[in-house]
Design a binder for this molecule. Structure first.
Ligand SMILES: Cc1cc2nc3c(=O)[nH]c(=O)nc-3n(C[C@H](O)[C@H](O)[C@H](O)COP(=O)(O)OP(=O)(O)OC[C@H]3O[C@@H](n4cnc5c(N)ncnc54)[C@H](O)[C@@H]3O)c2cc1C
Ligand code: FES
Length: 254
């Protein structure tokens, strides 16, 4: 097993971009030069506060000399991360995990729910042809991406409804690969909307509570078809949709 590297990264920019969502840009040429779309980093929220462990966040996009994260402030770790300011130095482990499997020249359909679309920009920048569908509760929760079709539950941005309403046979036929990321219930609804004949194209970016982030603690299991588990941090976070045991995953509430 390859031991990932830990870096001192300097915060270059920090901004609240959506309701409860913070964008932070870090300088780190080493992570930026090795990162692939769909990979994540483990951030140390604060060197001073114990026992807040590292928090996993997907790389949203690469910047000139570093990378950008978008994160929802939901608890103690992300609250500390939201307090990081330009000039602060932060310990960052990464890049980690297996990202999207990209065939050269392939066309992609990306389907995201809420903050699940954080990370899509990196994938969008890395493929030749892409259509992006984003669902969110309201306009204040739509992840900013270069171009996408939006639908919101309250109709405050784009169409009104759920992202599954935007999925059409035409879009599925036109895609070589389909990327799905969001809350488990949303991803399950998307999976159930996609006909059997298109399911082998689907890749799913999973999120599980994590400890180490690189395969040593067994703290991040995702149930897989045929029984057993795989590690979200090392064998994922992106898995083929057909590999996931959707029923056990939902029941486990991981
Ligand atoms: C590979 C990976 C990539 C991720 N990328 C992003 C990202 O780009 N942007 C982003 O906003 N978040 C992302 N997350 C989720 C993020 O890591 C958690 O929200 C964060 O760790 C919560 O830490 P906390 O201390 O603030 O909250 P805690 O106090 O630990 O938890 C607060 C609440 O959030 C829930 N929660 C915590 N961790 C997760 C999780 N992994 N999945 C679902 N619910 C969780 C808890 O159940 C609880 O209800 C990612 C998670 C993984 C595993
Ligand atoms: S988080 Fe430790 S093995 Fe995955």
């Amino acid at each position: 097993m390859t031991v990932p590297r830990d870096f001192d990264c300097v915060v270059k920019h920090r901004e609240q971009v959506l309701c409860g969502v913070v964008k932070t840009v870090f300088d780190c040429a080493e992570i930026a030069s090795h990162a692939l779309p769909g990979q994540f980093v483990q951030i140390e929220p604060s060197p001073d506060v114990f026992p807040v462990t590292r928090r996993p966040i997907t790389i949203n996009r690469l910047t000139g000399n570093g990378f950008e994260l978008l994160f929802d402030v939901v608890g103690s770790g992300t609250e500390l991360m939201a307090q990081m300011r330009p000039g602060d130095t932060v310990r960052v482990l990464g890049p980690l995990g297996r990202g999207w499997a990209i065939d050269p020249g392939s066309s992609w359909l990306l389907i995201g729910g809420g903050l699940g679309a954080a990370g899509f920009q990196f994938l969008m920048n890395s493929v030749d042809s892409v259509t992006v569908l984003i669902g969110a509760s309201g306009s204040d929760r739509v992840v900013p991406l270069d171009s996408c079709r939006v639908i919101t539950e309250d109709g405050s941005a784009g169409e009104k409804g759920l992202v599954t309403a935007l999925i059409s046979e035409e879009l599925l036929d036109g895609a070589d690969s389909i990327a799905v990321c969001g809350p488990v219930a949303m991803m399950e609804a998307v999976w159930n909307t996609i006909p059997e004949k298109h399911r082998r194209k689907v890749q799913v970016s999973t999120e599980s509570r994590m400890g180490c982030g690189w395969g040593v603690c067994d703290g991040c299991s995702i149930p897989v078809s045929g029984g057993g588990y795989k590690k979200c941090c090392r064998e994922g976070p992106v898995f083929p949709g057909v590999e996931i045991d959707w029923k056990r995953w939902k029941e486990a509430g991981l």
